[in-house]
Design a binder for this molecule. Structure first.
Ligand code: ATP
Length: 323
């Protein structure tokens, strides 16, 4: 271990995601295990700039591993995008003798981390966002839980859809990434899955609904990622063009909450621990990643590179299974 590393800090930034608490716990406990002083920074970069630090002990992270949200809270900080804001953040860290910063968040948060790294702060990013839209890692913390939340919600919606013989259009999160819609749609057998990556054809959807209807199917679920188009407009168009009784449900922020799934708990613990290991090894400007079922470290810049392509094969399979 380079003998310079004595104190580290951890913050959560951007949208919250289930499993962030498990990652915080892992950072704090692994850090303390290695005799580091560990600070928690409240409210992301906003708290970093304004000095909202508190020294963490083993008890600070007791009883949080299974809880959604983030005990450190999160915020968006426009000030962090300015040189002045970044200077204030750096001063806050230097004033306390903090040698390394772990940023748990999405790619926006990683831009902030990268800016600090460029100015001499040792940083490691931990990908925490339900969207699973960060390049260089197969999974981000929170994605699996969000998919499970959608599957659970859709199974409840299906009960009422069946009883009333309705077509339900369920909007899920994903402004420019259809991963939640795709995985949840396949897992819950949605009749159609609409994602931002692939344009949809209303006629195809209607043809499929009619075909199902002819063979006695009395309800349908259409899962729409928010970036694929307006769920309400789709509902109206479908009703006008086909006569099917449609209803729209927007799952919204429900998808951000809840206890992390076992997979997210394991992933978050692994990534939090790995982030500390990276700092202990004297490395910086890195991101923890899940690659081929292993938690590893990759350069932070990979997060801003080309994203893994949309899983077209899985999307086509979902279409084939929902004939
Ligand atoms: P999510 O994927 O859940 O939206 P995110 O981390 O991408 O998470 P953002 O709102 O994009 O969320 O970014 C979080 C914070 O990161 C911003 O409020 C800002 O403080 C910081 N940030 C974003 N972009 C930059 C940048 N270019 N330079 C410095 N800081 C940035």
């Amino acid at each position: 271990m380079p003998d310079t590393l004595k104190s580290i800090a951890v913050l959560t930034s951007g949208g919250d995601a289930p499993g962030m608490n498990a990652a915080i716990r892992a950072v704090v406990r692994k850090g303390i295990y290695h005799d580091l002083k560990v600070y928690g920074v409240k409210r992301g970069f906003e708290g970093l700039i304004h000095g909202e630090f508190r020294e963490m002990n083993l008890g600070s992270v007791a009883d949080i591993v299974h809880r959604g949200g983030t005990v450190l809270m999160t915020a968006r900080s426009p000030e962090m995008k300015t040189q002045e804001g970044q200077q204030k953040a750096i001063e806050q860290l230097r004033m306390r003798g903090i040698d390394g910063l772990i940023v748990i968040g999405g790619d926006g948060s990683f831009r902030g981390a990268q800016a600090l790294s460029a100015q001499g702060i040792k940083v490691v990013g931990v990908p925490g966002t339900i969207d699973n839209d960060i390049a260089g890692t197969d999974l981000t913390i929170g994605f699996d839980t969000a998919v499970n939340t959608v599957v659970e919600a859709v199974s409840k919606i299906r009960d009422t859809a069946t009883s009333h013989e309705r077509t339900f259009i369920v909007e899920v999160m994903g402004r420019d990434c259809g991963s939640i819609a795709l995985q949840a749609g396949l897992a819950c057998g949605a009749e159609s899955i609409l994602v931002p990556e692939i344009p949809f054809d209303l006629d195809d959807i209607i043809t499929k609904l009619r075909r199902g209807h002819r063979r006695g199917k009395n309800h349908s679920i259409i899962l729409v990622a928010e970036g694929a188009g307006s769920a309400y407009k789709l509902g109206e168009d479908l009703h006008t063009r086909s006569g099917f009784d449609t209803r729209v449900t927007i799952l919204g922020h429900l998808q951000r909450g809840g206890n992390p799934s076992a997979l997210d708990g394991v992933l978050a613990s692994g990534m939090g621990g790995k982030a500390v290991e990276i700092l202990l090894a004297g490395e910086s400007d890195m991101m923890t990643a899940y690659v081929n079922q292993e938690v590893t470290g990759v350069p932070l810049s990979i997060a801003f590179g080309p994203r893994r392509p949309f899983n077209r094969a899985l999307y086509d399979l979902a279409g084939e299974l929902a004939i």
